[in-house]
Write a protein that binds this ligand. Structure first.
Ligand SMILES: Nc1nc2c(c(=O)[nH]1)N[C@H]1C(S)=C(S)[C@@H](COP(=O)(O)O)O[C@H]1N2
Ligand SMILES: [Mo]
Length: 249
């Protein structure tokens, strides 16, 4: 099976077979250039329209092993995603805050930028070492919004209309969590979730929601898209999803 495919819940982690969702989950790949593609059955039709016949031509997924995007696989659970630019992009911060705020891209660019260089790690196994991300610390946006004392968590929404993510408030306030505007020292392109995506450096890359449009402060964690399908909510690299660095038993 193509290693691009997020089938890890069942195939790589048989211990997770009894998850509440209890069905096979796949993560569809948004193919660009030579990237290999295998789509989940429910997504197949939408993706085929989007990809042309790329999936049919590569049943083995071997082309996914060819160089592409500097080692990245491109993922989207939505079959098509609108493009947003400096004119049309908006990021809303709302929920349990005293100052709900809407940011334009220019607003975000005008705030202090933080650059982090870390390894990107997808839970399926692919990894891109030493990848620079740059943007505004999420903690800064939360402070500006004046988070209320009852707040416990953040829900992230995306302008693809489908994907969601979550963090606890404590996780969201870490210095290595960014609202990212740049990746690999370039403005974030559409396929990587531009113009703005979340970047949660210490966690598997599924936490890093692409096409970020909403940051809602909530009173409890609401599991995100992949988390409702069996992946861990606390997605620390090497310490979640059955990939413990140091097994304790
Ligand atoms: N909106 C959205 N964000 C998303 C995803 C997605 O399908 N939709 N996939 C996640 C997963 S599983 C991974 S590995 C990364 C992939 O990011 P990339 O396409 O820039 O490589 O985005 C994450 N964020
Ligand atoms: Mo992923």
């Amino acid at each position: 099976m193509n290693e691009d495919v997020h089938q890890g819940v069942d195939e790589d982690h048989p211990e997770k077979r009894g998850t509440p969702v209890g069905r096979r989950v796949f993560l569809g790949t948004l193919a660009l250039g030579a990237a290999g593609v295998v789509a989940a059955p429910p997504l197949q039709r939408g993706l085929e329209g989007f990809l042309g016949s790329a999936a049919d031509k590569d049943p083995t997924g071997l082309t996914g092993l060819l160089p592409n995007g500097g080692g990245f696989r491109y993922y989207s659970v939505a079959s098509s995603v609108p493009r947003k630019n400096a004119d049309s992009y908006r990021l809303t911060v709302d929920g349990l805050v005293d100052r709900p705020t809407t940011y334009t891209l220019a607003d975000l660019r005008a705030l202090p930028q933080t650059r982090l260089v870390r390894d990107v790690q997808c839970v399926t196994g692919w990894r891109v070492p030493d990848t620079p991300f740059e943007g505004v610390r999420l903690s800064r946006l939360l402070d500006a919004a004046r988070v209320r004392p009852t707040a416990k968590a953040i829900r992230f929404t995306c302008f693809d209309g489908t994907y969601t993510e979550s963090l606890t408030l404590a996780q969201a306030r870490r210095a290595d969590v960014l609202v990212a505007l740049r990746m690999q020292d370039k403005d974030l392109g559409h396929s990587h979730g531009g113009p703005v995506r979340l970047y949660v450096a210490p966690m598997y890359f599924y936490k890093s929601a692409k096409w970020l449009s909403g940051i809602t402060v909530t009173d409890e964690v609401r599991p995100g898209y992949w988390e409702e399908r069996g992946y861990d909510v606390d997605a620390w690299v090497g310490r979640s999803n059955g990939r413990d660095d140091e097994p304790t038993s």
